[in-house]
Write a protein that binds this ligand. Structure first.
Ligand code: UD1
Length: 336
């Protein structure tokens, strides 16, 4: 059984990936200090995966402890999720973002070199495209500078990997550029756990429907799109999770490669609200507000390369993702 180290494996995308890995016969070893997660997720994973995974509560920025994990567990592959991810927060406390996201990454990479790991999967983001010239982005669409320190940590993460591969060929590396992951596991046992007031659209929608927030503010309705609101490529988190299994199984022809992880289809904010109303049977209260600084008008993935080379394609609809997100929000209430 292949042992895969999953940093940040108790996080949102990480936990769903752990389930997908166990289903495909891998043994994930989660390293996560739960600073942005909770025992609720570990309990959910236990129910879904039994003893199929291991959990170690450590901070990957502590290099000695991280190295001891590699020493003790015979790690063959690494999927690196552990990072802070709030765009707004990163503007307020940039040093915390650079320290955590970049030192964590560099420690993990050094451990991979030292312990001869064969495969490394990096959580990147469509944020590396910045404000693209076109609406649909390909993997070779030129990168632009991101708008936030968070975005820069992903941008620089990719740069570190490029530099590492330029002169050495340490291990096969795949950067997965996620678009907008949403939804939850259909069981309602794991899902997104935003800390404080959510910044992202989906948790804000479900918390509003649950009565935790009064109304959703739609950030801008004067964009040059059919209904005036921004368009994103929303993808079910279980589809994102499965992309990681395909990434591990991918026989790389090149030592470093990049893949878009989206559906290829854009949806506007108002379309998301309308679809949420249909799947939840509720009428979400919302107000039209000002544009949010830094938001781009429209972006969605071209996924031909992922389909052709990773053998991966998103299978689930936005409706399913919204239904599962709403189910998760209702389950969460029971933990209060
Ligand atoms: C951002 C980042 C992305 C990151 C993701 C997760 C950029 C360009 N994108 O995505 O890299 O991975 O966060 O943290 O940095 N909206 C509202 N009202 C709300 C919340 C959101 O109208 O209360 C709208 C936004 O204006 C946007 C859409 O919903 O048009 C999606 O926003 P959000 O969920 O925050 O994701 P992104 O900004 O696309």
């Amino acid at each position: 059984m292949k042992k895969v180290l999953v940093t940040g494996g108790a996080g949102y995308i990480g936990s769903h990936t752990v389930v997908a890995l166990v289903e495909r016969g891998y043994h994930p070893i989660i390293v996560d200090d739960l600073r942005n997660s909770s025992l609720i997720i570990l309990e959910g994973l236990k129910k879904l995966c039994g003893d199929g995974f291991s959990f170690l509560s450590i901070d990957i920025c502590d290099k000695n402890i991280l190295f001891s994990v590699f020493e003790d567990h015979g790690i063959q592959a690494v999927i690196h999720f552990a990072a802070y991810k709030s765009v707004g927060e990163s503007c307020v406390v940039p040093l915390r973002y650079y320290q955590n996201n970049l030192i964590g990454l560099m420690n993990v990479l050094e451990a991979c070199q030292t312990f001869n790991v064969q495969k490394f999967v990096f959580s990147s983001s469509c944020t590396v495209y910045g404000e693209p010239n076109g609406r649909q982005v390909f993997e070779n669409t030129p990168k632009h500078l991101p708008e936030s320190p968070y975005g820069f940590t992903k941008w620089m993460g990719e740069q570190i990997l490029e530099d590492l591969h330029r002169n050495t060929q340490p291990f096969n590396t795949l950067c997965l550029r996620y678009f907008n992951p949403i939804g939850a596991h259909p069981s309602g046992l794991i899902g997104e756990l935003p800390v404080g007031i959510p910044n992202n659209l989906l948790p804000y929608i479900t918390q509003t429907a649950a009565g935790i927030r009064e109304y959703l503010t739609v950030f801008g309705n004067d964009y040059p799109t059919p209904d005036g609101t921004c368009i994103r490529d929303y993808i079910h988190v279980c589809d994102v999770a499965e992309a990681h299994v395909c990434a591990l199984q991918h026989e790389g022809y090149v030592p470093l490669d990049v893949f878009n992880i989206g559906t290829g289809k854009g949806t506007s904010v108002l379309e998301m609200v309308e679809t949420f109303n249909v799947v939840s049977g509720r009428e979400l209260p919302y107000k039209l507000g000002d544009r949010r600084p830094g938001d781009i008008t429209e972006i969605f993935a071209n996924v031909e390369k992922s389909e052709a080379e990773l053998g991966w394609k998103a299978q689930r609809t936005v409706e399913e993702a919204l239904r599962d997100a709403w189910n998760w929000e209702q389950q969460l209430k029971q933990h209060d």
